[in-house]
Design a protein around this ligand. Structure first.
Ligand code: SF4
Length: 242
C-alpha cells in the first residue's frame, strides 16, 4: 500500500519545517473517555479548534513502509491546549504503519475504511469533536473544565493511538496536531482533500466498474497518484472485479 506515501512525505516535510514538539505514546496518558459523544455547550467552552470559518481538517494516511512511521508518536505544531486563549485554525493528521494488508486489495481497502472510523469512536471528556465527512472539517469544542484539569494534545494523541492499537494490523500510529498557523492549516486542509480523493478513487476502483480513463471523472487523481491505474487494470485490459 504505497498510494499515500508521497502525501505522507509531503506532510512530514511541512511539519518538520515548523519546529514541532513530540512525545512517545504512553497508554496511561490517554485522557478519560466518555464512551459516547459529550455535549459541550458554547457557554462552557474555553475555545474552539477550527471554530467559525477558521481552517479545520483531519486526514488519515496508511502505509506499509515502516520507515515513514517508525514508532508511535504524538507531534504538535503550535500552541498546546493549555496555552490557547481563543478559537484557532486547526488540523489533525494520522499516519498509520500497517502490516500485511498489501496482499488482498479488497481486504486492504476494508482495513483502510475501518481505520477511518476510529475518529468516530474516541470521546475524550471535555473535547467535543464535530466531524463533517462532506467537507472534511473537524472542529473541536474544548471545555473550560477540561482546560482547568490540564488537558493537552499529548493526552488526546494517547487516546487516539490507544484506540488505533486495538486493530492488530496497525504496527505504529503517529498523530499530528497543528494549531495557529492559518496558512499551514489551509495547506493541510488541501492535503486532506487530496487524501479523500485518493480514498474515493480507491472506492470506485474496488467497485470494479468497467470504465474508460478518457471519460472517467477520477482521471486527475489517477494521473497524479502512482499505483491507482495499475490497481484498476492489473488484471488485464479491463478493470478488475475484486
Ligand atoms: S484507472 Fe482510469 S478508469 Fe480507473 S479510476 Fe483511474 S481514471 Fe478511472
Amino acid at each position: 500500500m504505497e498510494l499515500y506515501d508521497s502525501t505522507i512525505r509531503e506532510i512530514l516535510g511541512r511539519v518538520e519545517a515548523n519546529s514541532p514538539r513530540s512525545w512517545p505514546y504512553e497508554p496511561g496518558g490517554a485522557w478519560p473517555d466518555n464512551g459516547a459523544n459529550e455535549l459541550v455547550l458554547g457557554r462552557d467552552a474555553a475555545f474552539e479548534l477550527g471554530g467559525g470559518n477558521l481552517p479545520a481538517s483531519n486526514c488519515t494516511c496508511v502505509t506499509t513502509d515502516g520507515s515513514l512511521v517508525p514508532e508511535d508518536r504524538i507531534i504538535l505544531v503550535g500552541q498546546d491546549l493549555g496555552a490557547l486563549r481563543a478559537d484557532t485554525p486547526f488540523a489533525r493528521i494520522v499516519l498509520l504503519h500497517v502490516n500485511s494488508i498489501s496482499g488482498d486489495d479488497q481486504e486492504a481497502f476494508r482495513t483502510i475504511r475501518d481505520m477511518e472510523f476510529v475518529k468516530y469512536h474516541v470521546f475524550p471528556q471535555g473535547y467535543m469533536m464535530r466531524v463533517s465527512p462532506e467537507n472534511g472539517r473537524e472542529q473541536v469544542r474544548v471545555s473550560r473544565q477540561a482546560v482547568k484539569r490540564g488537558i493537552s494534545f499529548r493526552n488526546i494523541g494517547d487516546s487516539f493511538i490507544r484506540k488505533y492499537k486495538e486493530n492488530k494490523l496497525i504496527d505504529h500510529a503517529c498523530v499530528i496536531f497543528v494549531t495557529g498557523g492559518r496558512e499551514l492549516c489551509k495547506e493541510l486542509a488541501d492535503t486532506g482533500k487530496k487524501v479523500d480523493a485518493i480514498t474515493l478513487t480507491l472506492n470506485h476502483i474496488m467497485d470494479g466498474l468497467a470504465t474508460d480513463c478518457s471519460v472517467c471523472s477520477f482521471k486527475p487523481v489517477c494521473d497524479e497518484i502512482d499505483g491507482l491505474k495499475e490497481l484498476h487494470f492489473k488484471k488485464g485490459a479491463k478493470p478488475m472485479n475484486i
